[in-house]
Design a protein around this ligand. Structure first.
Ligand code: TXA
Ligand code: MG
Length: 328
């Protein structure tokens, strides 16, 4: 692992690493983030691997400008207002994902919404500008530990799992960004932060509650309020052969997979067959997971989606977690 003080040269180096699919820890005004190219599913998969997250939670995409956000997400009048007042700054907006969005489906964990933020930290801005891509970044720590506010915290938590740590001293805010959900008819704070409900109420002129029953109470965990992508088509796990009428989500070779009553999986029409990774690469599988589930999720067309077994190691743990939820 390398720690380098942020300057024009190291920022350029970090930008090239990101564009090459590598992980870079970057300072923001809230906490240090573990960044990857948000357009590159395999790079994003490495974030989950490095953090040791046993599940795929959606990540925040960081942008250089609000104009770039608008290319990926729908911004209504409310979003324009709060963006105008609080960006760049420690506010994350949950917005409807544009159909044409090029953000990896792994960043949004298959959801129809996108978490977006324009950070105020000069180094983060310089990196976003130089890289020319949105950066997906959760806090730069191992899952279940405190969010890092200094380069030393990042190094202690992630060590060699990150390719470069861009160092720019301690973070000014020291607390994760406020997460404001504007994807529904009424605004809702999913995570409290430096920008408060009152701050947002001043701008929007309507009540902005926290996402619990008790007004003013923070949600006990993000999982409580977070929806998971759930396909409408039935999912069957650990398939070793296919029932007639089932679509196949393969992992590794499906050459020898048969259909009960006759036929081979490899002769199925293309619309009924996807492969997460033909050479059984878990990064590729993670990057493809949500996009391929969605492609096969055409209710009424297939009886079910049969999914081949995926090893329960490394990123496979998070992939299997999502598949089990989808199968429920
Ligand atoms: O200050 C911050 O926000 C830091 C810096 C690096 O920007 N990032 C951060 O990321 O805290 P993370 O991954 O630790 O937290 C992201 C939060 C999670 O609570 C996640 O559930 C929520 O945002 N989130 C992301 N996408 C969402 C979505 N589409 N709908 C609802 N919640 C979402
Ligand atoms: Mg975190």
């Amino acid at each position: 692992m390398r720690i380098k003080t942020a300057n024009p040269e190291t920022i350029k180096e970090a930008a090239s690493l990101l564009n090459a699919g590598k992980l870079v820890a970057l300072p923001t005004e809230t906490v240090y983030g573990l960044g990857a190219n948000a357009l590159d599913g395999e790079a994003v998969a490495r974030i989950f691997e490095a953090k040791g997250r046993p599940a795929f939670n959606p990540l925040i995409s960081h942008f250089y400008t609000a104009e770039q956000v608008r290319e990926q997400a729908d911004m209504d009048e409310r979003a324009r207002l709060v963006a105008h007042h609080f960006w760049p700054g420690p506010l994350t907006l949950i917005l409807p994902r544009k159909k044409s969005s090029t953000i990896s489906e792994l960043v949004t964990a298959g959801l129809e919404t996108l978490a977006v933020r324009v950070p105020a930290h000069k180094t983060a801005q310089a990196l976003l500008k130089s890289a020319g891509i949105p950066i997906a970044a959760p806090s730069a720590n191992v899952s279940g530990t405190l969010s890092p506010t200094t380069p030393a915290h990042v190094a202690a938590s992630l060590g060699d799992k990150v390719d470069l740590i861009l160092a720019a001293g301690p973070c000014a805010v020291g607390l994760e960004s406020t997460v404001l959900d504007l994807s529904g008819p009424a605004p809702l704070i999913l995570r409290p932060g430096a920008i408060t409900a009152e701050d947002i109420e001043h701008v929007l002129g309507v009540a902005v509650p926290y996402a619990t029953c008790e007004v003013g109470q923070a949600p006990k965990s993000p999982g409580m309020v977070l929806k998971h992508y759930a396909p409408e088509t039935k999912i069957r796990l650990n398939a070793i052969d296919l029932e007639p009428g089932e679509a196949l989500l393969a992992f590794g070779s499906d050459k020898f997979m048969g259909i009960k009553g006759g036929g081979a999986a490899k002769d199925l029409p293309g619309s009924m067959r996807r492969n997460l990774s033909e050479n059984a690469d878990l990064h590729k599988a993670a990057a493809n997971l949500f996009a391929m589930l969605k492609e096969l999720d055409r209710p009424g067309e297939h009886k079910a989606i049969a999914v081949m077994a995926i090893p329960d190691t490394g990123l496979g743990v998070a992939i299997n977690d999502r598949l089990r939820r989808a199968a429920e």
